[in-house]
Design a protein. Sequence first.
Length: 85
Amino acid sequence: MKFRKKPVVIEAWCMVTSEPMPDWLSEALCSGSVWYQGGDTPYHTIKTLEGEMRAALGDWIIRGVKGEIYPCKPDIFVATYEAVE
């Protein structure tokens, strides 16, 4: 059997964008569910249901339909999501 993913609207932020960090990500940083590591190769560590995951420069950080936050590699993001207005 084949299945199609249901269309859902998510919020996302790319680590290399000039867009300001969204409030939901700032709140996650304040709560400790996401934290930032600077240096030569900066990244965010995100606590997920599957354990801690990293979002490196160029990766997308997504807020799902239930408020869950997780990283997504750019190629997967482009293949999976399109902008909505």
